[in-house]
Design a protein around this ligand. Structure first.
Ligand code: ATP
Length: 508
C-alpha cells in the first residue's frame, strides 16, 4: 500500500535527487560552479538522450514529410544580422551600482499575477507594494487598470529601456534594500561573442548560436536542391544553443547553455497557416503526453496580437506547471515568410520554390515548434517525483522516493536482480537474461543486498521494472521470473518472451 505525495519543497527535493543519483551536477563544481551551466551525469545523460531520441524518431523517422539537419554552432555573423538577433536579441538589464548585482528590468519592476495557474497580467511595484503576495489585491489592481485603461489581459510588462528618466519607477535595489543604486534599464544583447581565427578584432567577431532555427533557414535551399522534399515539409534539428541570460534561474529551466529541438515546417504561401499551426500545437501536446507529462499540468498561452513581432501571424506557448509557477515549455510560432525573405535579401540568394500549378515562384511560409530538451527533462522530473509511505504486510511503514518516468524515456528500462548473490545456477540465469536484454535496452544488473533496498534504488532512478531471478526460476518448470512494477509495486510471474513483448510494446 502506498500514498503518493510531493514534498513541500519539491524543487529542493529534485535538485538533491538529481545530484545524489547522478542526473545533474553543477558545472565545474570543484571550482565553485559556474552560474547557468550544468553537467549531466550518467542517469541524466541517458534520460536526455531518450527524450531526444523519442522526439527524433516520432518527428523525423516515423513521418515522411520531415528531414533532419545538423548545422554548425558558429555560423557566419551575417546570419545573425539578417535574423535580427544582432540588433534585437536583448533583455532589459539593470545594474545595482553598490552590490554589482544585475537584474532583468521586467522582472524587477513587475510581478506576474497568476489566477488558476494562468497569467492574468502584471502589476508594477508602484501600483501596489505588496500585490505579489496577495492575489486578491493584485487581481483587484488589474481589474481597476482594465476598467480605466481598457488594457487587455494578460498585459506584458514594460521594460523601460526607452523610457524617460522620470518615468522609471524609483524602487529599492533587492541587494541593498535602498533606492538610488539601480541604473536605468538598457538593452543587453544575450548572444555570446567569440572571435574566429588568430586575429581578435571587429572583423573576426562571431557568435555562439542563440537558437538552432537559423540553421534550417540558411540551409533551406541546400535541402530543397539535394533531396526530394515537396511542400509541405519540415527540417528538424537538435543541438546546443547559448544565451547569456541575465538571471539564469530555477535549476535547468533557464540556463546559459541548453539544448533545443526545433523544426521549421514549410508551407505554401496560400496554405491555411492557422489550421497547420493548430495541428502542430496539438501534435506537440500529444507528444508531451506520450513521454509522460500529465494533461493536468499542461496549458496553452496565446500571445496577445499587440505583443507579436510585425511579421508574426501568431504564437502559442504550451505551458507547464512547474513547482515555481506555470512557465513556457514549448513555443509554436507562425512566422510567415519573414526568415527566408530576410536571408534572401541579406545574401542576395533567392529562397524560393516553384509552383507547378501557377507557374510562379514564391517564398514558403513557416510554422516553428521550438522546445528545450532541458525544460522537458525538468518537467518530467517534477511531474514524476513522489515520496510515499509504504505499509508492508506486517504493518511497518517505510518511505520510498519514486520517479514515475515514462518507460519511453526512463534511463534504465529493467533491472535484473538475482535473489541471492552466490547461488550459481540462479546467478548464471540472471546474467544470461541481462546479456540478452542489454543488446536492445539500457539495463542494470544489481547483484547484492536486500531485495527491498535494491527495488528502492531502482524506484529513485525511475526504472519501470525489476525482474528477480529466484528459486522458482531454476527449480520450477516454465523458467519464469518475478516482475515487479515500479508504480504499483505489484509483482507477477513472467517468462522471458513475455518480458521482451512487454518492452517492445512500452519502449518505443
Ligand atoms: P523564455 O521566454 O522562457 O526566455 P523564449 O520565448 O525566449 O523563452 P524561444 O526563443 O522561443 O524561448 O526558445 C524556444 C524554447 O527553447 C523555449 O520554449 C524553451 O523551451 C527553450 N529555452 C529558451 N531559452 C532557454 C534557456 N535559457 N534555458 C533553457 N531552455 C531555454
Amino acid at each position: 500500500m502506498s500514498s503518493p505525495a510531493a514534498p513541500a519543497n519539491l524543487m529542493e527535493a529534485i535538485v538533491a535527487l538529481a545530484k545524489r543519483r547522478g542526473f545533474i551536477y553543477p558545472s565545474s563544481e570543484i571550482y565553485g560552479g559556474l552560474n547557468g551551466f550544468f553537467d549531466y551525469g550518467p542517469l541524466g545523460t541517458e534520460l536526455k538522450k531518450n527524450i531526444r531520441d523519442c522526439w527524433w524518431n516520432d518527428l523525423v523517422r516515423r513521418r515522411d514529410d520531415i528531414v533532419g539537419l545538423e548545422s554548425s554552432i558558429i555560423m557566419h555573423p551575417k546570419v545573425w544580422e539578417a535574423s535580427g538577433h544582432v540588433a534585437g536579441f536583448t533583455d532589459p538589464l539593470v545594474d545595482c551600482k553598490v552590490s554589482k548585482m544585475r537584474y532583468r528590468a521586467d522582472q524587477l519592476f513587475w510581478s506576474p499575477v497568476l489566477v488558476d495557474d494562468k497569467t492574468l497580467g502584471y502589476v508594477s511595484v508602484l501600483e501596489s507594494d505588496n500585490t505579489a503576495g496577495d492575489l486578491q489585491v493584485a487581481a483587484e489592481t488589474l481589474k481597476r487598470r482594465k476598467a480605466t485603461q481598457g488594457a487587455l489581459a494578460p498585459v506584458a510588462p514594460r521594460d523601460f529601456t526607452k523610457a524617460k528618466p522620470e518615468e522609471i519607477p524609483l524602487i529599492p535595489s533587492p541587494a541593498t534594500g535602498e533606492p538610488g543604486s539601480l541604473t536605468a534599464p538598457r538593452a543587453f544583447n544575450m548572444m555570446f561573442q567569440t572571435n574566429v581565427g588568430a586575429l581578435s578584432d571587429a572583423s573576426s567577431v562571431a557568435y555562439l548560436r542563440p537558437e538552432t532555427a537559423q540553421g534550417m533557414f540558411v540551409d533551406f535551399k541546400n535541402v530543397v536542391d539535394t533531396t526530394r522534399v515537396k511542400l509541405p515539409f519540415g527540417i528538424a534539428q537538435i543541438g546546443k544553443s547559448f544565451r547569456n541570460e541575465i538571471t539564469p534561474r530555477n535549476f535547468i529551466f533557464r540556463s546559459r547553455e541548453f539544448e533545443q529541438m526545433e523544426m521549421e515546417y514549410f508551407i505554401h504561401e496560400d496554405a491555411d497557416w492557422a489550421k497547420c499551426h493548430e495541428e502542430w500545437i496539438t501534435w506537440c501536446e500529444n507528444w508531451l503526453k506520450s513521454v509522460g507529462l500529465p494533461d493536468s499540468h499542461l496549458s496553452r498561452y496565446t500571445h496577445p496580437r499587440e505583443k507579436l513581432a510585425f511579421y508574426s501571424k501568431g504564437t502559442v506557448d504550451i505551458m507547464f506547471k512547474y513547482p515555481f509557477g506555470v512557465q513556457e515549455l514549448w513555443g509554436i510560432a507562425a512566422r510567415g515568410n519573414y526568415d527566408l525573405t530576410q536571408h534572401a535579401n541579406a545574401s542576395g540568394k533567392p529562397q524560393e520554390m516553384f509552383d507547378e500549378a501557377t507557374k510562379k515562384k514564391f517564398v514558403p511560409h513557416v510554422i516553428e515548434p521550438a522546445v528545450g530538451v532541458d525544460r522537458i527533462m525538468l518537467a518530467v522530473l517534477c511531474a514524476g517525483y513522489a515520496e510515499e509511505d509504504m505499509t508492508d504486510e506486517k504493518g511497518n511503514v517505510e518511505k520510498r522516493t519514486v520517479l514515475r518516468l515514462s518507460p519511453r524515456i526512463a534511463p534504465v528500462k529493467v533491472a535484473v536482480l538475482p535473489l541471492i548473490k552466490n547461488k550459481e545456477p540462479l546467478v548464471a540465469r540472471a546474467k544470461d537474461l541481462y546479456v540478452k536484454l542489454k543488446r536492445k535496452y539500457a539495463v542494470n544488473y544489481d547483484g547484492g543486498g536486500a531485495i527491498g533496498k535494491r527495488y528502492r534504488r531502482q524506484d529513485e532512478a525511475g526504472t519501470p521494472w525489476c525482474v528477480t531471478i529466484d528459486f522458482d526460476t531454476i527449480e520450477k518448470p516454465g523458467d519464469t521470473f518475478t516482475l515487479r512494477e515500479r508504480d504499483s509495486m505489484k509483482q507477477r510471474r513472467i517468462t522471458e518472451a513475455e518480458l521482451f513483448a512487454l518492452l517492445e510494446e512500452q519502449v518505443y
